[in-house]
Design a protein around this ligand. Structure first.
Ligand SMILES: [Zn+2]
Ligand SMILES: [Zn+2]
Length: 259
């Protein structure tokens, strides 16, 4: 019973703003705001960490800092992708699937298990998509190459990608809560967690509190894992967990040892 009540207040608060939730503009504004909100602390770190030695030691590639020009180009690309590609996609989703909001919030344990299941599914879909786009030169050249512009990651490189990559990975993220019949609040929480993990992956920082250090046995790759992909190119195709790369022999050992 307690479990069912934990998320009820949050859910009641969200439902009280259902005019905003049901707006066709909400999904794109939600996606953009959450993404930029998660990037901002890392952008500030990139600006200030060269002068702050106690923070500097956590930067993975200490010799590479993003310039203002690189930051500006990434922001322009993100705004462009959200307006030109993500907005029409989310409006179509809003039109074809009007969401009805149940009064009852999901139970906390059920919500957490559903989020984990969505993440594992997304990790698998992303791994297959990513591997194929590296193994087929035509796919790499035409679709994935733009994301590899930077060999040293910084938070805003997360969504530095073309239309096909943006939409196909967005589609995987959107379809999983539907496939698993998740509660709308669980779906929202999954989107927030998914955006956070992808930004952290590209942050370029390996903190003592980073997600990969909180998950035991090197099961989660995190920022060193994905930075290793951008640097070495032929390893670490899964975005979050390490089991698919272990299984396919594409795990870069050093990035896990650093964990
Ligand atoms: Zn890649
Ligand atoms: Zn990347």
């Amino acid at each position: 019973m307690q479990d069912a009540l934990v998320l009820q207040n949050t859910w009641d608060l969200i439902r009280a703003n259902d005019n905003l939730l049901k707006s066709p503009f909400f999904p794109v504004l939600f996606s953009f705001t959450v993404y930029m909100g998660f990037c901002l602390p890392f952008v500030l770190l990139d600006v200030f960490s060269p002068k702050l030695t106690f923070l500097r030691k956590y930067k993975i590639q200490q010799q590479n800092d993003p310039t203002w020009a690189m930051i500006r180009i990434c922001i322009i690309q993100t705004v462009y992708n959200h307006i030109v590609f993500i907005f029409p996609f989310t409006v179509a989703h809003w039109y074809w699937r009007p969401v009805s909001y149940p009064v009852q919030a999901p139970g906390l344990v059920k919500a957490l298990l559903d989020i984990l299941a969505c993440l594992l599914l997304f990790d698998f879909q992303n791994f297959v998509w990513h591997l194929v786009h590296h193994k087929v030169p035509w796919l790499y050249k035409n679709f994935h190459k733009v994301h590899h512009k930077h060999t040293s990651t910084f938070a805003l490189t997360t969504e530095h990608s073309g239309a096909w990559e943006t939409l196909s990975l967005g589609f995987f993220a959107a379809i999983n809560p539907l496939l698993l019949n998740c509660h709308p609040l669980t779906e929202m929480l999954f989107f927030v967690v998914n955006i956070w993990l992808s930004v952290e992956d590209h942050s370029g920082y390996n903190f003592p509190w980073s997600t990969h250090r909180l998950v035991p046995f090197g099961l989660f790759g995190g920022a060193p894992h994905h930075d290793g992909h951008h640097l070495k190119f032929k390893f670490n195709y899964a975005p979050y967990f390490t089991h698919w790369d272990r299984l396919f022999g594409t795990l870069l050992k050093t990035s896990v040892k650093e964990n």
